[in-house]
Design a protein around this ligand. Structure first.
Ligand code: PMP
Length: 287
């Protein structure tokens, strides 16, 4: 596949950076993953504005305007179309603070950021019928990450360790709760739950990523007349929910049928999920 590195396109295995890059040494950078289907991105504006905010939060000058990011995305999709026949292409963008001559924690002055992008195959759009969807099973853990989870940092070790705990338990993801026992998000997704027909997702703060899929889903659900509230709910409430869903750019809205070994609702994909995925597909390219 073809990658983008510092203004140039090249085969991915020829893209090289210095081990003195602060992205490598410190995880000092910001990233995004933007899904595209048949060349059409989902949530492009949301993704580029979240990246701009993340870069601003850590004092890296955004190397490109939104329209320049769009051009790089289009080029990566086009150059990789022959390698990824399905047309379901995720675009990864990564901006690190750049390469320094020494390893010193303070932000160095005036070094150019390292800008990297590549394309990879993502899952096809979620099916509309619950009989056709692959449901998730998840673990449940106390959130042990840092207090700046709203920043989409490339320092992902906390997330990686939570995700791996799920893998070690034989499930697909790990849902996290804070010190008060309230659900924040999952290690790589946001979380929604349904009780008595109404949909709830945790509100945004420093404990979770402002997911672009989350935002698109909330708007899509509202437009479809579904009731959706942003409010904290406990891990006990999660286990007693009728339905639980995960959202992310690569999973769209994915149903969860088991949390921490316990069946959610009937233990099968729920009816509200079918309404939700229909609403999501009807709206996602307008976001
Ligand atoms: N939370 C975390 C911790 C994530 O890494 C992600 C992205 N994989 C999400 C939520 C979902 O965000 P988005 O919908 O923007 O992909």
């Amino acid at each position: 596949t073809i990658a983008f590195l510092n203004g140039e396109y090249m085969p991915l295995d020829e893209a090289k950076i210095s081990p003195m890059d602060r992205g490598f040494l410190f995880g000092d950078g910001i990233y995004e993953v933007i899904p595209t289907y048949a060349g059409h991105p989902v949530g492009f504006t949301g993704h580029t504005s979240r990246m701009a905010q993340g870069l601003e939060a850590i004092a890296i000058t955004n190397p490109y305007t939104a329209s320049q990011w769009h051009e790089i995305l289009s080029n990566l999709v086009e150059k990789n179309a022959s390698f990824i026949d399905s047309g379901n292409i995720g675009i990864y963008f990564h901006v690190s603070r750049g390469t320094d001559s020494k390893r010193f924690h303070a932000y160095p002055k005036d070094i150019p950021p390292t800008v990297f992008g590549f394309a990879f195959e993502i899952a096809p759009p979620q099916p509309l019928a619950k009989a056709d969807v692959k449901p998730f099973k998840v673990a449940l853990q106390q959130d042990k990450r840092w207090q700046r989870c709203h920043i989409k940092s490339t320092s992902l070790l906390g997330n990686v360790m939570h995700f791996q705990a799920g893998v070690d338990a034989g499930v697909n993801e790990t849902i996290l709760f804070n010190n008060e026992g309230m659900i924040t998000e999952a290690s790589s997704c946001n979380v929604f739950m349904v009780k008595d027909g109404s949909i709830t997702t945790p509100p945004l703060n420093h404990e979770l990523l402002p997911g672009i899929t989350r935002a698109i889903a909330i708007e899509a659900f509202k437009q479809a007349g579904l009731i959706v509230t942003e409010a904290w709910f406990s891990k006990e409430a999660l286990l007693e929910a009728d339905e639980v869903w995960l959202t992310s750019s690569s999973k769209e809205v994915a149903p969860v049928i088991e949390v921490d070994g316990k069946a959610i609702g009937t233990g099968e994909v729920g009816d509200v999920w079918e309404q939700a995925i229909k609403a999501y597909h009807a709206y996602k390219f307008n976001a």
